[in-house]
Write a protein that binds this ligand. Structure first.
Ligand code: TYM
Length: 329
């Protein structure tokens, strides 16, 4: 059976972008693949986090993973910091990387921008840790949104570089992008990615927003100058983004949506879109509320950490042995 690995940062409440671009796709994969899904708390601390908030966000993310439909009998769900092999291989991958290629990462450049001398070094080391996450499980495929493409290319480069130096140690993973929704855009700016760290709350829908908030945000969402509900990413990025969200939440094709709203304008379209989004999130939110405070969640995470460690430690041993660092065996 082929292996899947993906991770999400517990750095805030997940957005509809995280759901449609990544999480939603994790669910059907659990029936076909050996799946590892990770709460990457060590990635989250590359920027300062409030301890109480981080603790809460880790738990919330674990509950959300299950609430979207992941079955802990089928997948391995775990917290990165509970599997020390990640930090160990992260260091090795950092030593495999070049400063120049890390400085060229666009997410590093964006996050470092404006921080002057005080750029957290963890931001630079972030992609080698992500490479370690993936390589530790002999991963075949990594389902992520488009914003992770450059990190995935670096992961492959580092794995190939390592293999060239030490032999055939790592399996080379492939990215798996969704056909639609790989980049859900901000509701306030159709040219900017929807992001949980957007200071403008109106730009994103959180997976835990209540129906009223969702409806308000969609009603206030940016549209384009004419009033036609038509998919045209270049000319009408804002409406095209809303149509993509509609399509992914309802299962209707873009053509069907265009036909439904021909001659009707944005008002009717936005009203229905709000309903479709509310109904998509409603069952997830209900399951989330049931799960978040249970000890069952802790049992699942403990079992997940153990299962993940068993695999990761074997791969780490293989790596260290190839490098001359495993004294015994
Ligand atoms: P993170 O936590 O920022 O996002 C989690 C997942 O959501 C996707 N995503 C989006 N997809 C579509 N439209 C959007 N607007 C949008 N915003 C976010 C992301 O692409 C991602 O798939 N570096 C990763 C976490 C990570 C990881 C890994 C992922 C660490 N190690 C190993 C895969 C494998 C990140 O910051 O994702």
């Amino acid at each position: 059976m082929k292996t899947i690995f993906s991770g999400i940062q517990p750095s805030g409440i997940l957005t509809l972008g995280n759901y449609l671009g990544a999480m939603k796709h994790f669910v059907p994969l659990q029936d076909e693949f050996n799946c590892f899904y990770c709460i990457v708390d060590q990635h989250a601390i590359t920027v300062p986090q409030d301890p109480a908030v981080l603790k809460e966000n880790i738990r919330r993310l674990a509950a959300l993973y299950l609430a979207v439909g992941l079955d802990p009998e089928k997948v391995t769900l775990f917290i990165q910091s509970e599997v020390p092999a990640h930090a160990k291989l992260g260091w090795i991958m950092l030593c495999t990387a070049y400063l120049g290629e890390l400085e060229r990462m666009t997410q590093f450049k964006d996050k470092a921008d404006g921080r002057g001398e005080s750029i957290p070094a963890g931001l630079l080391a972030y992609p080698p840790l992500m490479a370690a996450d993936i390589l530790l499980y002999d991963t075949d495929f990594v389902p992520v949104g488009e914003d992770q493409k450059q990190h995935m290319e670096l992961t492959r480069d580092l794995a190939v570089r390592f293999n060239n130096r030490y032999g055939d140690v790592f399996r080379i993973p492939e990215i798996r992008l969704p056909e639609t929704g790989a980049r859900i855009m901000s509701l306030q700016d159709g040219t900017k990615k929807m992001s949980k760290s957007d200071p403008n709350q109106g730009g994103f829908i959180s997976m835990l927003d209540d129906p009223d908030t969702i409806t308000k945000k969609i009603k206030r969402a940016q549209t384009d100058s004419d009033s036609a509900v038509r998919y045209d990413k270049a000319e009408k990025p804002a409406v095209s983004n809303l149509m993509t969200i509609y399509s992914l939440c309802s299962g209707k094709t873009l053509d069907e949506i265009e036909a439904m709203y021909e001659g009707k304008g944005y008002g009717a379209f936005k009203g229905d879109l709000a309903e479709v989004v509310v109904e998509t999130l409603r069952p997830i939110q209900a399951r989330y509320e049931q799960l978040v405070q249970t000890s069952e969640l802790d049992d699942i995470l403990s079992a997940g950490a153990k299962k993940a460690s068993d695999v990761a430690n074997q791969v780490l041993h293989r790596v260290e042995k190839a490098m001359g660092m495993a004294r015994l065996g």
